[in-house]
Design a binder for this molecule. Sequence first.
Ligand code: DGL
Length: 268
Amino acid sequence: MSTLIQKNNRELPVGFCDSGVGGLSVFAKFKQLMPNENTIYYGDLKNVPYGSKSKDKITGYLKTILNYFKSQNVKAVVLACNTTSAVAYEEVKNDYNFPIYPIIQSSAKILAESGVKRLGIFATLATINSGAYEKEIKKYNPDIQIYTKACPGWVEIVENKTFNNKASINLVKKYFDELMIYTPEKIVLGCTHYPFLTGMLSKLADSSIFIDPAIYFSEFIKKDLIKKELNNLSNTPGKEIFVVSANPEQFRISGELFYHIKNNPVLL
Ligand code: DGL
């Protein structure tokens, strides 16, 4: 590869995707580590929530997003979404000529080797039903005990910002209590929307029990981009573009909790 091509590739944007604002929990961590990367974040608000949909539907949504990123000539795509990583990544992983980083598979090793013996997982119904967390973590640590809890309704609390509503408080407590029966030492927030619920969850337990995989995931992506010589060598802050398939204003307002989106997101 010539120097010129390497330089151009390095300046291409990294694509991030999720059904809505959840992926911003990953995006924010990534930008702390790699502030000079150019980025495009895709929020699929037309189809949120993914977690209650079929594998075929979720795979279709992901293909639409990846085809959009291909048209934008990205250098890599981050699946900042556990649900697509769990049910659709395997279907698409060889179909594109850029690296695709899935959150579950990229964070599994570090979770498996964390020293925790009883690990809880909160995630969407589709992620839990896929068994992806158990499968990926047990590859590295077959002895770890994993207890999972699907949390339908939590994504909607985040997208609609209904944190103080009584029904939301009860729903968060209900799934929390149901998982705590198994006395996990740590609980993975296995949906990128759930770190937005930390305020509510920390009223139920010390916040040190919760693991947000976004930090491990972002470190993994950084290392891999450097290894592939795809990291941007520029010294100036990267350009950030946000696109959505519906409701740009809702995205900006709900997303504000996690990341300051300067310009209104573009409606595709
Ligand atoms: N934030 C996504 C995840 O990590 C998708 C949630 C949803 O749309 O149900 O699973």
